[in-house]
Design a protein around this ligand. Structure first.
Ligand code: RIB
Ligand code: CA
Length: 312
């Protein structure tokens, strides 16, 4: 079993939370640091949510707060993830110190190397990469990110939310020269889960199990109302599978351009799969193009179940 040193940028967010719980219970992720970014909720609340999740799971991981950002208003956010970003389950716990993301590079200066996981907008990650290029170029093995789409969007018909939130930062990461593994919406949307898959959480004595089920129930209600099916899509957990179970995927190296001009295609990811572009070295990243859906579902559900069984 591998152990990955990970620095995680995310916007928990219910699917981010499921991904973090999967990471913790997999025992394959060592969280060197996490940064709560503005996205599904404010940067302040995202960082509080990271801290809440780790505290509930009995873990003392370091959490940083991303920069406050004015986001293009996305009407549905509260319907998707709730006022607090995690389905109304947030409880103010200890006053554990949460430092600004600007303090993260100093905190990581002693680390050997790590994987960057990005499950939200790319703003904070791109800002740090730009301000501290040597740190990131010398220590980051690769970036594993959920974002973009090969066909159709979710926040608009053309764009996926993490890219739409900050296309310029997304393009900076794509062009950074750091190996990027991108898991787009057309792949993550194929992995649907349901509250029935996780109904056993309600029988667990471990307190956070019930809170996770409440989040999942909230998230499924959004999908029933706005996506027209009785289940939910596990975007961020599938992105983490690309790090922990790459054998479940097929990847293709392609150039990716992000639309930064305002208009109906704002935030669109133009992924160039044409044969003539196969050898282009410009903006080329590794994009997930297929996934073993049933095995992905099985790994996510059963890793989380076995993990909570051991906690009870
Ligand atoms: O488009 C899906 C992505 O946007 C996920 O990361 C979800 O948490 C939201 O941030
Ligand atoms: Ca997210």
């Amino acid at each position: 079993m591998n152990l990955h040193n990970v620095v995680w940028f995310g916007d928990p967010g219910i699917d981010d939370t499921i991904a973090v719980i999967y990471a913790i219970l997999s025992k394959e992720v060592n969280f060197l640091a996490s940064c709560g970014s503005s996205g599904n909720t404010s940067a302040r609340q995202s960082s509080l949510n990271f801290s809440f999740i780790f505290e509930e799971m009995g873990l003392d991981y370091s959490v940083f707060r991303g920069l406050p950002r004015k986001r293009r208003l996305v009407q549905l956010l509260k319907e998707v993830h709730g006022e607090d970003g995690i389905g109304g389950t947030y409880e103010r716990k200890s006053l554990r110190k949460i430092s600004s993301v600007m303090k993260m590079p100093e905190f990581l200066s002693g680390a050997r190397s790590f994987v960057l996981v990005n499950t939200g907008p790319f703003s904070d990650l791109a800002m740090l990469c730009e301000k501290f290029p040597s740190l990131f170029k010398s220590k980051v093995e690769r970036i594993v990110a959920m974002g973009g789409s090969r066909c159709g969007g979710n926040v608009t018909p053309s764009a996926e939310f993490n890219i739409y939130s900050d296309p310029i930062s997304a393009q900076r990461i794509i062009n950074s020269g750091i190996p990027v593994i991108l898991v787009p919406l057309d792949i993550t949307s194929r992995v649907t889960l349901t509250t029935e898959d996780f109904a056993w959480l309600q029988d667990k004595r471990f307190p956070f199990a019930g809170k996770l089920f409440k989040m999942i129930t909230y998230y499924q209600k959004f999908h029933e109302s706005y996506e027209g099916f009785s289940g939910f899509t596990a975007h961020d957990p599938v992105a983490l599978l690309a790090l922990l179970k790459p054998e479940l995927f097929r990847f293709t190296d392609v150039p990716v351009q992000v639309e930064k001009k305002r208009g109906i295609t704002f935030g669109h990811t133009a992924m160039d799969f044409r044969y003539r572009s196969r050898n282009s070295t410009h903006n080329q990243i590794s994009v997930a193009t297929d996934i073993d859906v049933e095995r992905a579902r099985d790994v996510l559900i059963n890793t989380i179940r076995r993990g909570f069984d051991l906690l009870d």
